[in-house]
Ligand binder design. Structure first.
Ligand code: ADP
Length: 307
């Protein structure tokens, strides 16, 4: 049994410079970094690093970073046999400039991620029978997300949707196909149409999402914790207190930890604690995939904090 992640695979090209260039300007920068990302790939790596058998389904571009992105997933322990290499487009790329004062400029080219379609859903469907859960996000076309959720529902496989990046709205038919939806405050606000800032609003938003048909709604409140609501119960899980240095990929770590907990057979409440632990650990380290905890670190943290 494995967990399948169907979603985006990106490369981030990061340049640092004293300031951001103005239009038409060429500026001397300082450092260049090339880091693998994409919410789909991040969540797959989060799971694999926690020791869960994980398969990634998605697309990379043949001529720009494709082989390297697949290799990176393999190195993390992710099964990549169902990643399609597209000859016609680039891989998903984010071109990022970061200035000394922290300002940034980002251009995202969806590339191969934007080409994900029913053929990929077909490949996904062929391996669903052996899966424990399907993880989805919103960095591939929404039609493919809906079709994948439908295929999982038909195969009786649990669907966990991270509605990120924040969508303007989601097709109404998607909600009843979702077992667990995991927005942060901004994403929850976008989905429900009122601001979500803090626990009370998160409980209200979770209620709206349940009404639309999801089985469980988990609203991530950053350093404060998470609100979780199902038909039967509503509970709050506080965040672990850590020295946060960079919360990039904390949300992806959370979803990896949550799914790993469910994979292990934990209750929803305990699995949410696992998500919070993975998110907190990711916040203590710089970077995206590099900040995701391995199993050893994760177990040691839980042992120390959950006595
Ligand atoms: P996203 O990255 O999607 O915006 P959050 O920032 O809410 O999501 O982070 C996801 C989860 O990671 C949080 O719900 C929390 O459990 C954990 N987390 C994030 N930031 C911190 C932090 N500074 N301290 C402790 N836990 C954190």
């Amino acid at each position: 049994m494995s967990i399948i992640v169907f979603g985006s695979i990106n490369i981030d090209l990061v340049a640092t410079a004293p300031r951001l260039p103005v239009a038409g300007e060429t500026l001397l920068g300082e450092n260049f970094l090339k880091v693998p990302g994409g919410k789909g790939a991040n969540q797959a790596v989060a799971l694999a690093k926690l020791g869960v058998p994980t398969q990634m389904v998605g697309r990379v571009g043949a001529h720009s970073f494709g082989a390297e992105l697949v290799q990176n997933l393999q190195d993390a322990g992710v099964e990549t046999g169902n990643i399609f290499t597209d000859e016609t487009v680039s891989s998903g790329v984010a071109i990022i400039t970061v200035a000394h004062n922290g300002d940034n400029q980002i251009i995202v080219i969806p590339g191969a991620n934007g080409q994900v379609d029913e053929e990929d859903v077909e490949r996904l469907s062929r391996i669903l029978a052996g899966a424990k859960a399907l993880l989805l996000q919103l960095e591939i076309p929404i039609n493919a997300v809906v079709a994948a959720a439908q295929a999982a529902k038909n195969a009786n496989i649990k669907v966990i949707l991270d509605p990120a990046p924040a969508p303007a709205n989601l097709p109404a038919e998607l909600y009843p196909l979702i077992d667990i939806i995991t927005p942060n405050e901004v994403e929850a606000g976008q989905l429900v149409g009122f601001p979500v800032d803090g626990e009370a609003a998160a409980v209200k938003a979770a209620g709206v999402l349940l009404q639309r048909g999801v089985k469980s709604a988990i609203v991530k409140l950053g350093a404060r914790g998470v609100v979780c609501a199902t038909e039967k119960e509503v509970f709050f899980v506080p965040a672990f207190t850590v020295e946060a240095v960079d919360t990039v990929a904390a949300g992806d770590a959370f979803n990896g930890g949550l799914a790993a907990g469910l994979y292990t057979g934990l209750s929803l409440h305990q699995a949410v604690v696992w998500g919070a632990a993975a998110g907190a650990l990711a916040a203590t380290k710089l970077g995206a995939q590099t900040s995701l905890p391995d199993r050893f670190t994760f177990d040691a943290f839980l042992k120390e904090r959950c006595r």
